[in-house]
Design a protein around this ligand. Structure first.
Ligand SMILES: [Zn+2]
Length: 143
């Protein structure tokens, strides 16, 4: 059942290109492996190579939308595929879908839907006495 198909349409050095999916428009394009940064050929969205996309630490306050609620949060780091956020109040459960609207980051505006991958409890905020949480979110295509 399993067989390898030669695809002669790919360039000779086909180990140097790979298929990427734009997180913004969802279209597929070929990209050079090891490129430092990538731009979608369809919508010009800037995205980083997965392998080069180590998490970039930041500290940006923003608001996320959960159902009808708006929650203040701090973006702690981000990559091409996910973000890590800290917030207080109610923990996000796994698979909770939230809307992110982050525009303060150089070169990367995140206006996307994201899905909670993990949540952990942080120390209680000594100022507000609120429970504080940290969550890892995977960015998903807007639909
Ligand atoms: Zn695109």
């Amino acid at each position: 059942m399993c067989h390898v198909e030669r695809n002669d349409e790919l360039p000779e050095e086909n180990g140097l290109v790979e298929i990427r999916i734009c997180p913004k428009c969802g279209k597929v394009f070929y990209a050079l492996i090891n490129a430092e940064c990538l731009i979608c050929h369809h919508c010009n969205h800037l995205l980083y190579d997965q392998r080069a996309a180590e998490r970039i630490p930041v500290s940006v306050d923003f608001i996320f939308h959960r159902k009808s609620a708006q929650v203040s949060a701090t973006l702690e780091d981000y990559s091409a595929t996910g973000v890590r956020i800290a917030y207080s109040g109610k923990a996000l459960e796994i698979d909770a879908v939230i809307g992110l609207d982050i525009v303060d980051i150089e070169q990367l505006a995140i206006d996307m839907t994201a899905k909670t991958v993990w949540t952990k409890r942080l120390a209680i905020d000594t100022k507000t006495k609120n429970a504080a949480f940290e969550s890892g979110l995977r960015l998903i295509k807007e639909c």
